[in-house]
Design a binder for this molecule. Structure first.
Ligand SMILES: Cc1ncc(COP(=O)(O)O)c(C=O)c1O
Length: 439
């Protein structure tokens, strides 16, 4: 079939034929060729309950008969109001909700908010952002600047702003001469050095709980809490990205709360609507919000807004989704599933081409290597990303790698049996690929 679609992060030469998915039911995706695949990546980390969940579908149908879209410019709508109230009650310390329709934009918004906060209170020199190495915050220009992954974004450098990057607490391939513990201390010292020396910092911006796209770097206990304290001590804004890690992915509803940290601005997306309709949000505390209040002619208001900001269909399905979180006590189920994941770590780690396995909650990263002793990543020339995908698909699972890291990010409500299938298939896929790859 001739296709007219250009796919994301894809060398189009390499994929002559994509499976055409035309149905989703529960944890399974069905293609036009009637092939079924377990959705091992929650359709890019956003699906919560599986596909075609009756309550979510009904909510969209109900809302679509009532109001499909109406703007937040000079008006509001009942669903955007109800969802904002719910989110402010869920997220400690937050005061107002700014709507957008994808995670990258939500992070773009958080950077603009932080910059304008300082401008509005008269500290106009505070323009610099401090971020982590290996962070990822999305693909728009501001988000690429904040989460600068050199391998992805160096080509776009001319259109990005520069940030100060401090090291993140990697537990694998820790730089020579450090223990993991020492390295954590070093990372915190580096942050403190920057915040102490520089008086132009607008915000410290990181993912909350773990860096996901940057290689599944899970923060050690109390690490984020200490950063939060440092931001307070040096009077800089603390901006968190919970787009991939909030709403249960790491085993908590609000990850910054579990980390005993307190941001000034925080963004959520992906799982907010259960993965059904695009929506993201940026929440700000009262201190930040109040700085935008004034007389119109002072031009302190926030210069940002999109056509679909606060879309009622997206807000309505998000409200239903959050009600299901409560009704189904999903967070306690996640604890059980997380245990199921962790019981398999030794088995996965023992595979020939596995260098490291990192796991928290419903997220697992399996680092594939060509030399286990020194942890050398597999060369992109080996096309491991494609081999893993093809082998897993043959066995009935939709799996993706990030570079040479196999990502397991299933829908949160996956059953015990289906998670076993996902883990078993991942193991047999890695074994199958390692036999054929010739390392
Ligand atoms: C931590 C984080 N922030 C932001 C984004 C960007 O979200 P979106 O793809 O919805 O633009 C992602 C996407 O994977 C992410 O993982």
């Amino acid at each position: 079939m001739h296709s007219f679609v250009w796919h994301p992060y894809t060398q189009m030469n390499e994929w002559p034929d994509f499976d055409i998915i035309n149905q989703g039911k529960g944890m399974w995706l069905y293609s036009t060729k009637r092939k079924k695949m377990l959705d091992g990546v929650a359709s890019m980390w956003c699906n919560v309950w599986g596909h075609s969940k009756t309550e979510l579908v009904d909510s969209i149908i109900r809302q679509s008969k009532q109001l499909q879209h109406s703007s937040l410019f000079n008006l509001t709508n009942d669903k955007a109001e109800a969802l904002a109230e719910k989110l402010v009650k869920l997220a400690p310390g937050m005061h107002r909700v700014f709507y957008s329709d994808n995670g990258s934009t939500a992070m773009e918004i958080s950077a603009k908010m932080a910059l304008q906060y300082w401008h509005n209170i008269g500290e106009k020199k505070r323009k610099t952002f401090v971020t982590f190495e290996n962070g990822y915050h999305g693909d728009t220009a501001g988000s690429m600047s904040l989460g600068y992954v050199p391998g992805f974004f160096s080509i776009y450098k001319p259109m990005l702003f520069s940030t100060i990057r401090t090291p993140s607490p990697i537990s694998y391939r820790v730089p020579h001469g450090y223990s993991y513990q020492d390295y954590q201390e070093f990372c915190l010292e580096e942050i403190e050095n920057v915040l102490k020396k520089r008086h132009d910092v607008a915000a410290f911006v990181i993912e909350s709980g773990a860096q996901v796209a940057g290689g599944v770097v899970i923060y050690p206990p109390r690490f984020q809490k200490k950063i939060s304290q440092l931001c307070k001590k040096y009077n800089t804004l603390f901006v968190l990205d919970e787009i991939a890690t909030g709403f249960g992915r790491l085993g908590s509803m609000i990850e910054y709360k579990a980390q005993q940290s307190m941001p000034d601005i925080v963004s959520f997306g992906k799982m907010l609507s259960g993965g059904y309709i695009p929506i993201a949000v940026t929440l700000a505390n009262k201190k930040v919000y109040d700085a935008f209040l004034g007389q119109y002619h002072e031009m302190k208001h926030f210069f940002h807004g999109h056509t679909f900001t606060g879309n009622p269909l997206a807000c309505s399905v998000s409200l239903t989704n959050l009600a299901l979180y409560k009704k189904n006590k999903i967070i306690s189920t996640i604890q059980k599933r997380a245990l199921q994941f962790s019981k398999r770590i030794d088995e996965i780690s023992s595979l020939d081409i596995v260098g490291d396995v990192r796991h928290k909650g419903m997220l697992m990263g399996i680092d594939l290597v060509s030399d286990k002793k020194i942890g050398r990543p597999i060369s992109p020339k080996k096309k491991i990303h494609q081999k893993i995908f093809v082998e897993a698909r043959r066995r009935g699972v939709y799996l993706r790698t990030l570079g040479s890291i196999v990502m397991l990010v299933p829908p949160l409500a996956i059953s015990e049996k289906e998670l076993d299938f996902l883990l078993d298939t991942t193991i047999s896929t890695i074994k199958g690929v390692s036999k054929n790859i010739g390392i």
